[in-house]
Ligand binder design. Structure first.
Ligand code: ADP
Ligand code: ZN
Length: 436
């Protein structure tokens, strides 16, 4: 059957001036709606700002930022703009970095969210003939229900396998002819390991062709590995509970940055210290304003995720701008001996070694008042018994890491399967340093 390239041609093919006109109109509506929120009403009143003061997109900058702390301070319902009888669901963030926060949704919000996810999946070639399997936890984690409703909206047959039970997951691939999978990147690697154990060749024994991978930072090298191992195309998917969940930004088939849906969000990238906007192409903190949400709109929400806008147009023709791969959150940044390091920089180096498996752990410790970093990384099974080779490789990896992060870590190659596997998002850093 011949399909259009677009799930929603009208919104996906808007020109820049059309996007901006729609954004202004939706921003003004959103700000008016926020006056139903006790939190925003008080905040606007305290600085003498009125919804009618927002006359252009530049006027957005008159509005103060909203922070995760604001969500915590008003926990659970204090920011909502609609009364609870108009809300039909709440989600709570997975709490990777502290207390959970709550986001409320109306029926319309859920429908719009499903449209956004369906648009993402359609963009990478998912069609109603596909069989979609979701390996995310269902429940509070938005990667479960978020992808579920989006995939149904698109019209695929869905397999809500949920997290864990990897053998059963793989049995579903073969029994149901799964073609599309949503997985966090560390779990995609795990699926391959277990398939190998079971003697299943993904290319020969399954119909897998597309993976949506997201929810945690991962490098380009990690993506290529997943593609090579599983014989699929893997597309980066970005979302967060505060912005609904998945469906915020997604790669198109060019695999060159994630289009952020600007009919749903206004994007700003700011310097995390001065909070001033940075030019396109410069890395800063992602700040998002929701434009298509009624129960709990958020204005200028500081995501703490660090990324940049990729300058220029995408060859796919969509004018919704592209976000670069996330560097990590500002609070993931390691500061060791005054040097700023992101775990992803270490991953990039490790993943270039075909002998290394995908799991690694960075441990920071204080030894005799000196802070040290140890990088433990698993070998693929076939390489573990040659001691001279191991030592040589450790030296080689240490030197490459030093070039990248400017300090010298201790590198330990570990037998396959020896590092602890986490249930949800991978834990890559353990900080055991003495705090002064
Ligand atoms: P929590 O904040 O408790 O982890 P969420 O499930 O809302 O709960 O996680 C959202 C966060 O996950 C984002 O702010 C971002 O840091 C990370 N994230 C989501 N998708 C990606 C992605 N594709 N690449 C890197 N990081 C991602
Ligand atoms: Zn594109």
């Amino acid at each position: 059957m011949a399909y259009s390239e677009f799930f929603n041609p009208e919104l996906e093919t808007l020109s820049r001036p059309q996007i901006e006109a729609l954004q202004l109109q939706r921003l003004q509506d959103t700000v008016c709606r926020c006056m139903g929120s006790p939190f925003y009403k008080k905040r606007f009143d305290s600085i003498g700002l009125k919804p009618s003061d927002i006359r252009s997109l530049e006027d957005l900058r008159k509005i103060p930022f909203t922070t995760k702390q604001d969500l915590r301070d008003t926990y659970p319902f204090g920011i909502a703009s609609l009364p609870l009888d108009k809300c039909v669901r709440l989600h709570s963030s997975s709490g990777t970095t502290g207390n959970p926060t709550v986001i409320l949704h109306s029926a319309r919000d859920l429908d719009q969210w499903a449209n956004a996810v369906a648009r993402c999946l359609w963009m990478v070639g998912c069609r109603p003939e596909d069989v979609f399997q979701n390996s995310s936890g269902y429940g509070m984690f938005t990667g479960g229900l978020g992808f579920q409703y989006g995939a149904e909206k698109l019209g695929m047959l869905t397999v809500p396998a949920a997290a864990g039970n990897t053998r059963r997951q793989i049995k579903f691939f073969t029994d149901f002819g799964t073609t599309v999978v949503h997985a966090i990147p560390s779990y995609a690697a795990r699926l391959y390991e277990v398939m190998t154990d079971l003697g299943i060749d993904p290319r020969r024994d399954t119909r897998l062709r597309i993976f949506a991978i997201g929810a945690e930072p991962h490098s380009e090298e990690q993506r290529r590995r997943i593609e090579d191992m599983l014989g699929v195309k893997a597309y980066n998917s970005f979302g967060m509970s505060e912005m609904c969940g998945p469906g915020v930004a997604f790669e198109c088939r060019e695999q060159n940055g994630m289009h952020i849906w600007e009919d749903y969000y206004i994007v700003e990238i700011v310097d995390p210290d001065t909070l001033e906007p940075v030019p396109d192409g410069t890395v800063g903190e992602l700040v998002l304003t929701t434009l298509n949400r009624e129960a709990m709109p958020l204005l200028r929400y500081r995501t703490r995720d660090l990324t940049r806008i990729i300058p220029g147009d995408c060859p796919c023709g969509r004018k919704h701008r592209r976000l670069d791969r996330m560097r990590g959150r500002s609070d993931d940044m390691i500061i060791l001996k005054g040097v700023n390091i992101f775990p992803i920089q270490i991953e990039q180096v490790l993943m270039q070694y075909p002998e290394l498996a995908s799991d690694y752990l960075i441990t920071l410790e204080t030894a005799e008042d000196n802070d040290t970093m140890t990088v433990e990384v698993e070998m693929k099974e076939q390489f573990i018994d040659d001691y001279a080779l191991l030592q040589n490789m450790e030296r080689n990896i240490t030197a490459r890491l030093r070039d990248e992060i400017l300090i010298t870590p201790k590198v330990c190659l570990k037998p396959f399967g020896s590092l602890e596997r986490s249930e949800g998002k991978a834990v890559r850093v353990k900080d055991l340093r003495k705090k002064y």
